[in-house]
Design a binder for this molecule. Sequence first.
Ligand code: UD1
Length: 417
Amino acid sequence: MDTIVVRGGSRLRGEVAVEGAKNAALPILFAALLTDEPCVFHNVPQVVDVRTALRLLADLGAEVQQEGTTVWVRARHLRSVEAPYELVKTMRASFLVLGPLLARTGRARVSTPGGCAIGARPVDLHLKGLQKLGATVDVVHGYAEAEVQRLQGATIYLDVPSVGATEHLLMVACLAEGSTRIEQAAREPEVVDLARVLIGMGARISGAGEDVITVEGVSRLHGVEHTIVPDRIEAGTFLIGGAMTGGDVFVRDARADHLHALLLKLKEAGAEVLEDAAGIRIRGHTRLRSVDVKTMPYPGFPTDLQAQFMAAMTRAEGRAVITETIFENRFLHAVELNRLGADIKVQGNAAVVQGVEKLTGAPVMATDLRASVSLVLAGLVAEGETVVSRVYHLDRGYARLEEKLRALGAWVERRRE
Ligand code: UD1
């Protein structure tokens, strides 16, 4: 297992470009199952989760070709309509193949994902939605088994604006008979990017990016060519890194309209933010001030940037309260940050971060994707060496992170053990 070693003390300076969004790429790749025609996607990030998705598509019988960040998928004949536990447990988003397989063939069998480090993460809204659209769904031996004669449009109200459930039901509704309304839909930019792809394939969707999405079903979808939206979470990670190291970083392709909540918080903390059409520049002048954040569905502060922001607050001046409202157990990084000398007390769904003068390097362990990058960021401002283990979490969602940080002047090295 690899480790990442960080020596603290450098300010990040220079320019870094962000990849395409992992969380947009995954559902978009699975949308290719909805047609027998070829689909071409550009700006697909080269991360482990994408590799897992392509392997799953190939297992199902799709032809897959990849050249750099361009991926070509054609699901002309499907060999299987099953996704096994081994795959779904390594990547929850694999569950999203259930609906497209069902819409395409009338039946599908996909393992349910189970819980994960950050919370229970049920799929009840996905299953209830599919039932509303006319499918019979049973969970048997840990697998969701779905069947349908003809998908029928319906009105679906999501109890919480789940990103995955919105994407899943949106894909299926495109091929249902009649119209579908998804109420309290997720509004994340990744949902909008998926809708763009589906519209490119011939779907009739309106309202993506708003809390009610309507879909007029069509009888078939065709091929598409699409460029994946830039990754706002990767962009946010570099912006936080620039601010907390007192650096000066231009994050190319970062979109200010997708990062509104983070940019407001970074400004409130004392960083200088300069937005232009090509990206966002961040400058950290003094020690950051502590500011409170509360994670919320988009356009609120993203839960996927909570750990990184907490890392920044560990050395800020004052006391910050970070409240997590999306996942019930997403503070595992707090104890690891405390090993570096941070002063964080977790009380229920809030973490009270008392800023300290300095952090000191130590061995720490990554527990999930965003937690692992928060430890790398903390290592950048800790004295001495921080060794982050279990970095396979990090590789699921960040491409060439060490390389990018090194180009910004950080001392970061990957050790293969
Ligand atoms: C997606 C992102 C993930 C991000 C999350 C929230 C991908 C591949 N992953 O995950 O990085 O952290 O959005 O922005 O895009 N819920 C239910 N029942 C359901 C579905 C969800 O109760 O059927 C709950 C979850 O337990 C959680 C909340 O809804 O508390 C939000 O989850 P959801 O938006 O579905 O997250 P994902 O789509 O899994």
